[in-house]
Design a protein around this ligand. Sequence first.
Ligand SMILES: [Zn+2]
Length: 323
Amino acid sequence: MAGIPFVEPLEGLVYGAVDQLSPLVARVVAQNPSKFTYKGTGTYIIGRDEVVVIDPGPTLDSHRTALERAIDGRRVRGIVVTHCHSDHVPLAYWLAESTGARTYGFGPHPRPTVTDAFDDDDDDVQDEKSSDTGDGEEREHTDFNFTPTVAVRDGQAFLTVDGWSLTAVHTPGHTSNHLCIHLDAENALFTGDHIMGWSTTVVSPPDGNMADYMASVRKLITRNDAVLYPTHGNPVRDPAPFLAAYLAHRVERESQIIELLQRGPSTIRAMVEVLYANVRPELHKPARRSVMAHLLKLLDEARVTTVNDRPPSMRSIWIVRNK
Ligand SMILES: [Zn+2]
């Protein structure tokens, strides 16, 4: 992940404490650290006398108590969900139930319609179960049942509170229903998992889509947001160079894949061994899904294909297409 100017680590983080990051924006971090969530899920509470909560977070008693304390009896005007991963959505049910507030999101996470041909669970029993450090799951879990009370669309100003408004920015890629949320009063963008403050984002097919993802990063590059608030990691206070590096990383990865394949046909497993040689082995499995995401984009662009044009899977042998 070279080349990305990561912001300062969450030093001095106290789980459950309320960090007031700006006049309107406060954050409480849940104690669910993992290789996907960094130090944990950052739940944002926007407002003064009345508040909106973005991504209430995981089912954890300590986090629920911390949110209650942070909200401190103020009226909750809305609950916004950036996407339906289980480190973001579960406490939305509780918060909606206990406050009567409506939930806002792009829509439910689409249920998979085909079996996941990109799963390689069964062929890595020997080489990974033993080396897994056990710091959580191999993949982010999804709540397919969550349906927002209000489905919002790209560009829609969907909530106005106390003189400030929130507008939806649809950013598919990490998931197809991923939303970023713009706060006009501070020209701030809540980026969910689309942009992370500490790492690159997981793009895992079939719902995760690399072409969409890169287009959604470009979409943010054309904006002029003053600050990005990711769910995981610290605020990005100089978005332009950060986003440029974030996109450059994906473009570079894509070129590396093409370069590898120009040397000869290869499998995802073999490519990951080379491309992620400096990365902890327990991250190779999510890395394989990320390389798959790149290959599916390149397949769509007719720049690579599989041997005999067989349907792509984790076992495919990939080759470059001569133009
Ligand atoms: Zn996520």
